[in-house]
Design a protein around this ligand. Sequence first.
Ligand code: DAK
Length: 278
Amino acid sequence: MKKDSVAKSKELTNDIKTILEKYELVNVNKHDFGVYQLSLNRPKVLNALNDELMRQLSDVITLLQNHDARCFVLTGSQKAFAAGGDISEMSGKSYAQVTEEQYVTSIWSKLEQRHIPIVAAVNGLALGGGCELAMLCDIIVAGYSATFGLPEAGLGIIPGAGGTQRLIRAVGKAKAMDVILSGKTLTAIEAERSGLISRVIDDDKVLAEALYIASNIAKRSKPVISMAKKVVDYAHESSLKNGMQYEQQNFYATFALEDQKEGMQAFLERRKPNWQDK
Ligand code: DAK
């Protein structure tokens, strides 16, 4: 594979640099051809996705999309792309709260509506919301040691950001049920074989590969890429909207269960949950 056209680092212009400095949970690096690398930056909690991180990610993408971005690469750290939605933020929420505030849904749907493609460069853990965030991207490249999973049921909730809907479309019912119901995780090789991700590569080459893919996309016509993305999304996701709404209602409903409180509290107290079945 020719790598002579890999996007090289570029200096951000001062005007955009000053604006981006306030987004401390998302690091931005500019590369050639209008490729932007966005790195999630909550390393102490394995990039757990709290409301603020998702808001910043969405704002940065909107900002750069309206500037000169032609393709994004979204990445985390070597240990974790993201270990899921932030459990400490979610644990105390009630059913009334999550439904009234439409808990983080509006931010996630803004991310879904972008027209510039995102290549996810995944190393380490992509769990729960982290796996859902990767699946919301257009192409996923992962290192051999990456792990994908939707462990939500073990916390007394269900996936709520498209996990139930996108996983089944990517890997089929049998594997999706195994992952969602039993908590099985997928290795990068399994994920590639089952169609969840497009390329597996040595861990230390993942980012370079994702940047290479992004630069190839960025060098093509922007409206053509945007149309191609829209049409592929349509084929893949035409019934997604209804499914997403159904998932969301049921996700919120789990917050009416005592088992949601118990499951999340158990994680925070580092013990096994004592399920009440109510
Ligand atoms: N939330 C908050 N903190 C987390 C976290 C998470 N998901 N994952 C890890 N951390 C924190 C740990 O609490 C720990 O913090 P300290 O104790 O040091 O303060 C730190 O990160 C390092 O984690 P560990 O010490 O546990 O590290 P280990 O290597 O031993 O274990 C692990 C790594 C990933 C196996 C373990 O941390 C783990 O099981 N984490 C939880 C994984 C999980 O269950 N994820 C699913 C969460 S639920 C929605 C959008 C999104 C979502 C829902 C709705 N809408 C749009 C509506 C998402 C939901 C979820 O993802």
